[in-house]
Design a protein around this ligand. Structure first.
Ligand SMILES: NC(=O)c1ccc[n+]([C@@H]2O[C@H](COP(=O)([O-])OP(=O)(O)OC[C@H]3O[C@@H](n4cnc5c(N)ncnc54)[C@H](OP(=O)(O)O)[C@@H]3O)[C@@H](O)[C@H]2O)c1
Length: 329
């Protein structure tokens, strides 16, 4: 079977390759074997290949924080899934044609779900949901400001906020995205820049913006902090700039703005299994009925992983880059 390995940490398209390895074998007791139908290339996977991610396993290593698969066999004692079921895998190393995992890590998805959307269920939808849930309790009509608003997470924040009656101020790098984001439910769109705070406050009609979401980091975190009301919070959850947050201390000291950090694994770990399953069931349903979605720019075969990785790092993409290791989509 084919698998993606990185043999060094470095430029993703240079260090990753598609290699032939032994099949994963039959499932043991409590295990599930599934064919990987599709996986996305997320910013965290790029960070993993570069060696900048929090996990830096010994090499060679296989990237892949998420995927969708179809169960081909289950071991003794596995009752929650059967052959033919669609599953996501809660563990990593998913850039391969086939995986053998612990049964409890294989979470079933609704049958017939769009495979492209199913490949992106595990990380970004719960991230968007918990970013809106875990820091402040906002009342319907209140405003949230976010950068990277056209990213997969950003779009999901727009759609989930709309469902909750919240209003979103969406910061992007180019004005040509405004119409598309408005159609998703964005209440206002702004191009990032030094005068962001004045424009954001005006767009919100002077209403207090109590939650700011930042995944650019660097000086962009400071610009979001400047938009947030006194005693509000900025949650930083990514660093597309590759920098650490830079926030003028006056926001903390004079205005009481807080800076929080989010990592999905840490926030899921605060919940028990039933609560986690409930989150995925709710999101799975919304994705299956089409009310939550993220765009896909292009799908590559696993043999073209290097081209796919280079494409995934280009700005101005029209959506995610997916890979289909068994040609299923
Ligand atoms: N902490 C967590 O648990 C967690 C979980 C999921 C995601 N994340 C983070 O969330 C962020 C978005 O992830 P995603 O999968 O939704 O991303 P994505 O769909 O791949 O989109 C990437 C976005 O980043 C923007 N971007 C790229 N370089 C940038 C730069 N230098 N300055 C400003 N914007 C830049 C792109 O804008 P253009 O369209 O203008 O190129 C695009 O909107 C990432 O930082 C990711 O690591 C964190």
């Amino acid at each position: 079977m084919k698998r993606v390995d990185i043999r060094a940490y470095g430029v993703p398209e240079d260090v990753a390759s598609c290699v032939e390895v032994a099949d994963v074998g039959a499932p043991g007791p409590g295990q599930v074997v599934f064919d990987v139908l599709a996986f996305p290339i997320n910013p965290a996977d790029i960070g993993f290949c570069r060696g900048g991610y929090r996990l830096r396993p010994p090499l060679p290593a296989t990237p892949g924080a998420e995927c969708v698969g179809r169960v081909i066999a289950v071991g003794a004692g596995v009752t929650h899934v059967v052959a033919g079921d669609l599953v996501i895998n809660l563990q990593r190393e998913n850039w391969a044609q086939r995986r053998r995992v612990r049964g409890e890590d294989a979470i079933p998805l609704p049958a017939g779900m769009d495979l492209r959307q199913a490949a992106m269920v595990r990380i970004n939808p719960p991230t968007a949901l918990l970013l809106l849930a875990d820091f402040v309790t906002l009342k319907p009509g209140e405003w949230v400001i976010q950068n990277v608003a056209n990213s997969a997470v950003g779009r999901l924040v727009i759609m989930l906020a709309k469902r909750q009656g919240l209003r979103t101020l969406n910061v992007v790098r180019r004005e040509s995205l405004f119409a598309e984001l408005s159609a998703l439910g964005a209440d206002a769109c702004l191009v990032d820049g030094p005068d962001l705070a004045a424009r954001a406050v005006a767009a919100a009609g002077g209403a207090a913006i109590r939650l700011g979401l930042d995944a650019v980091s660097g000086a962009a975190t400071g610009r979001i902090a400047a938009c947030v009301a006194d005693e509000g919070i900025v949650v930083t959850y990514g660093s597309m700039s590759g920098e650490d947050p830079m926030v003028d201390r006056s926001h903390f000291v004079y205005r009481g703005v807080n800076l929080g950090g989010f990592m999905l694994g840490r926030h899921l770990a605060r919940r028990d299994d039933a609560a986690i399953q409930a989150i995925y069931a709710e999101l799975g349903e919304a994705i299956a009925d089409g009310s939550l979605h993220a765009p896909v720019d292009r799908v590559y075969p696993i043999e073209e992983i290097r081209t796919a990785l280079a494409h995934a790092q280009q700005g101005g993409r029209k959506g995610k880059i997916l890979v289909t290791p068994n040609g299923a989509i």
